[in-house]
Design a protein around this ligand. Structure first.
Ligand code: ATP
Length: 221
């Protein structure tokens, strides 16, 4: 029996989580149960102060992630991007995880199709695959068309099997299909601003927190 307790695969999912919803959470859970990473870090990103909604702080977004995953093993609310006062780039966040994990552990960044389509606008995006694999989760309403500038790049790095993630520390793109949920944080903010209920789109614990704190009652989109 191996006594090696070093992680073999760690996954991370970044996002604004404004607020976290069942689209994020179902993705996280199904990914955990299918790919079996040692842990999946949910990492709320910084928003530049001038773009933050006046009524909601980064700490409140983090708190909602903590409430949403309470009691779920393997899921972790990670505040590393919020510890500095300026926005972090994903390439830096992956660099910080890589520094903690060492060179041999497989690391996977999870993104939805919408995020993949804009990947080329990310800071130093070509370096992402040197640090991690990318797991692309199909998101209803978004497709990578064959004439998209990233289509060939994706094919070139594509992995065919989840087991490939553990064969090397970084460098592959894996598509995953989970229960499709056409939920967005934008939709939830709009529902609340209209005085409606976002119940069954977000966990009850998150909805309770939103009401206690009086969040999203006016729309700033
Ligand atoms: P907004 O509507 O404010 O733009 P969002 O719902 O897209 O927010 P983000 O926090 O921006 O949520 O998303 C974080 C990550 O989760 C992104 O990679 C995004 O593609 C993915 N994601 C968001 N919603 C879903 C969903 N319903 N299904 C699968 N992936 C999702």
């Amino acid at each position: 029996m191996s006594t090696d307790t070093r992680p073999s695969l760690v996954a991370m999912m970044g996002g604004t989580f404004d607020p976290v919803h069942h689209g994020h959470l179902r993705t996280a859970l199904e990914l955990r149960d299918r790919l079996h990473p040692d842990r999946l870090h949910l990492i709320p990103c910084h928003r530049p102060v001038h773009r933050d909604r006046p009524s909601i702080s980064a700490q409140q977004r983090l708190r909602m992630v903590e409430l949403a995953i309470e009691g779920e093993s393997g899921l972790l609310a990670d505040d590393r991007e919020l510890r500095s006062d300026r926005p972090s780039y994903s390439v830096d966040t992956l660099g910080s995880l890589r520094a903690e994990l060492g060179p041999d552990c497989a690391l996977a960044m999870v993104i939805g199709t919408d995020a993949l389509l804009g990947l080329q606008s990310w800071h130093r995006w070509e370096e992402l695959l040197q640090l991690a694999h990318i797991v692309v989760v199909r998101r209803p309403g978004w497709v990578l068309s064959p004439d998209h500038p990233l289509a060939d790049w994706v094919v070139c790095h594509q992995l065919s099997d989840p087991a490939d993630l553990r064969r090397r520390p970084a460098g592959g793109v894996l598509w995953q299909e989970f229960t499709p949920l056409a939920i967005s944080a934008t939709q939830i903010r709009e529902v609340i601003a209209r005085g409606g209920s976002p119940r069954y789109l977000i966990p009850d614990s998150v909805w309770r927190f939103i009401r206690e704190q009086g969040l999203y009652v006016t729309s700033h989109d």
